[in-house]
Design a protein around this ligand. Structure first.
Ligand code: BTN
Length: 252
């Protein structure tokens, strides 16, 4: 795997896209110590001060739209397995569609983008992982990895906390592993692995879409990764995108 490290950049997703526009279709991972215009989902800002991981993987892809969207589940699994090297496994859970939680709090973000140049389709999987700090006052309560590393693991002869590059090396390796499974075996094993780590699933959920908000019972994933929700009147709705709040309050 090719790795590119920068001190600062506007956004690693934007930089990866610029390289794709110049004809470099990867695969590669690019990271920066800080970003001046880090971007989150739905046009939100992603606070990007030094100390956390800001990276983007650029890969060619064959244009299968379902598989493209499913890459965010691949990234969530890769993040969970990366965190598992550092923190107790029972703290880690996955929240639909692509959040990774530590002790129930948001620890990372995934921003998937795609494009085409000279008949070659490509995708950028942008990942922000809170390692040493997290923003305050966010809609979903947030945390960072260092806060969950056991004191004994930090003070041993080989302290467990490693540099950002080492975290990225593990993440890229786990991403490639699960990406290969998706491309060769389809979504089923990805959905199973994801579900086994899922947060509050099955369980009560509030779904917020651009035009409506409703509550119901989240049942699990459909064959493509949509969230199946049973409404109070018994009908089933498959949610393909939106903000979901698990449990009985927005804090969940
Ligand atoms: C989210 O809103 O949850 C997704 C956040 C994604 C942030 C990462 S940081 C690295 C990459 N570059 C960006 O500008 N965004 C993504």
């Amino acid at each position: 795997m090719r790795f590119i490290s920068l001190e600062t950049v506007d956004s690693t997703n934007a930089e990866a896209k610029r390289l794709a526009e110049q004809g470099d279709f990867g695969p590669f991972w690019i990271r920066a110590d800080s970003q001046s215009a880090g971007r989150g989902r739905r046009g939100r800002e992603w606070t990007s001060k030094t100390g956390n991981l800001f990276c983007s993987g650029l890969y060619p892809h064959d244009g299968n739209v379902h598989q493209l969207a499913q890459m965010s589940f691949v990234a969530a699994l890769a993040l969970a397995e990366t965190l598992e090297r550092y923190v107790p496994k029972d703290l880690i859970s996955l929240k639909w569609p692509n959040d990774v939680l530590l002790g129930g709090q948001k620890t990372s973000g995934i921003l998937l983008e795609s494009g085409q140049k000279h008949h070659q389709k490509w995708m950028v999987i942008g990942i922000g992982l809170n390692l040493t700090h997290h923003p305050e006052g966010t809609e979903f309560p947030a945390t960072h990895m260092l806060a969950h590393i056991l004191a004994a693991d930090l003070s041993g002869p080989e302290p467990i906390m490693t540099g950002v590059e080492a975290v990225l090396a593990i993440l890229a390796n786990r991403f490639d592993y699960w990406r290969h499974i998706l491309l060769t075996k389809g979504f089923e094993p990805i959905g199973q692995a994801w579900t086994s780590r899922a947060h509050n699933l099955p369980g009560p959920v509030m779904v917020r879409l651009p035009q409506e908000t409703f509550t119901g019972e989240a049942l699990g994933l459909d064959a493509n990764g949509a969230l199946r929700v049973r409404l109070e009147n018994g009908t089933i709705r498959d949610i393909h995108a939106g903000d979901v709040f698990f449990g009985t309050s927005q804090d969940d």
